[in-house]
Design a protein around this ligand. Structure first.
Ligand code: HEC
Length: 114
């Protein structure tokens, strides 16, 4: 009887773990992405706009038009920079660049609603 209670407890523990763990990791990525964005990008891209070159904003339509509507293209642009936008390969780690690029793409798809 004791053993049964124990195995139920263990099962519950694992269930809880698998329910909570992935969502907290996801939330962490979003939070970090938005933090990096606020510190390094929002100065020129407030709410996904572009204060220097209006047409080159971070809305999905502009990203599509300028062919930066996928993760690799954004990572590439952020890493090496382009025209008036500086490169971030010395400022951010590869992982930070990936996380912030993911954030930009997610926000573009959400139309910068949050
Ligand atoms: C000094 C101002 C400045 C900062 C800071 C800046 N950008 Fe930019 N960004 C620009 C400019 C200017 C362009 C247009 C480049 C061009 O001529 O294609 C641009 C373009 C982009 C584009 C392509 C948009 C399009 O529609 O073509 C992306 C994506 C982007 N930036 C992401 C970021 C991210 C992510 C960061 C932070 C890590 C960042 N930018 C920081 C100025 C900036």
């Amino acid at each position: 009887m004791k053993l049964k209670a124990f195995s139920i407890l263990v099962t519950l523990f694992f269930l809880l773990f698998f329910i909570i763990y992935p969502t907290s990791v996801l939330a962490e990525t979003v939070k970090d992405g938005s933090k990096i964005f606020t510190v390094h990008c929002a100065g020129c891209h407030p709410n996904g706009n572009n204060i220097i070159r209006r047409g080159k904003n971070l809305k999905l339509r502009a990203l599509k038009r300028n062919k930066v509507d996928n993760l690799d293209a954004i990572i590439n642009l952020v890493t090496y920079g382009k025209n008036n936008m500086s490169a971030y390969q010395e400022t951010l780690t590869q992982n930070e660049i990936k996380v912030v690029s993911q954030y930009v793409l997610e926000q573009a798809i959400n139309n910068w609603k949050n």
